[in-house]
Design a protein around this ligand. Structure first.
Ligand code: CA
Length: 232
């Protein structure tokens, strides 16, 4: 059963989300505060995806997101943001969220985003034995596609599942200019409803992690007016 955590303090919105996820075949775990959500994440290690509201009475959704990421668990995170808070999108993505849905959203949009993220992170439990092994080497980087990990000079770099997928796409296409739309489609899927800006946000975040000097990128370079390129 695919289990999703729903953190939302407004009962009516939470019920709406839960009902629609259940109709789409998901099992749900509900929380109305960030503190409860973190506790429930501990009690339910099989939760693979979390929907986090931003504005909450105690710790906010960004903080919950940060703490889930800090725990190192492989969980897909979608932030539920308010239309009036445009900056939430960027802040949420910078704290490690994989996607965001702006309120008010339709049931179709919500389940499409959840389905898409579930496909990206994969249905397999964290401990499942890998089907294939493989490595992509591009010194000083080594991408292990078996463990979905990245190393730079032998040092592990922590990536979210989405960042890993972007990185893999780049490293599989050394020296090739990839358009932003191409990256969007390959990583987020053809049915992604969001904006292409999400590509730039993730690239910016990846650069902070992989570049020697993120202000003058030498590994992930910009192809002006087009997209990005992995410099082998
Ligand atoms: Ca709220």
């Amino acid at each position: 059963m695919r289990k999703v955590l729903v953190l939302e303090d407004e009962d009516s919105i939470r019920s709406f989300v839960v009902l629609n996820l259940q109709r789409a075949g998901y099992q749900t775990v509900e929380a109305s505060t960030g503190e409860d959500a973190l506790e429930l994440m501990k009690q339910n290690p099989d939760i693979r995806l979390a929907l986090l509201d931003v504005m909450l009475p105690g710790i906010d959704g960004f903080e919950v997101c940060r703490r889930i990421r800090a725990s190192g668990k492989k969980v897909g995170i979608i932030m539920l943001t308010a239309r009036s808070q445009e900056m939430d999108k960027v802040t949420g993505l910078m704290t490690g969220a994989d996607d965001y849905v702006t309120k008010p959203f339709s049931p179709a949009e919500l389940t499409a985003r959840v389905d898409a993220l579930y496909r990206r992170i994969g249905d397999a439990p964290e401990s499942a034995p890998p089907v294939r092994s493989g490595e992509i080497s591009s010194p000083p980087f080594l991408l292990n596609t078996r463990n979905r990990t990245l190393e730079k000079n032998g040092q592990r770099i922590k990536l979210t599942q989405v960042e890993y997928t972007v990185m893999k796409l780049l490293m599989e296409n050394p020296g090739k200019a990839l358009s932003r739309e191409e990256i969007l489609e390959a990583v987020w899927g053809r049915d992604y409803y969001g904006e292409v800006k999400i590509v730039d946000v993730n690239i910016r975040r990846l650069r902070l992690k992989v570049e020697d000097d993120p202000t003058t990128p030498t590994y992930i370079t910009t192809v002006w007016g087009y997209g990005y390129k992995w410099e082998a």
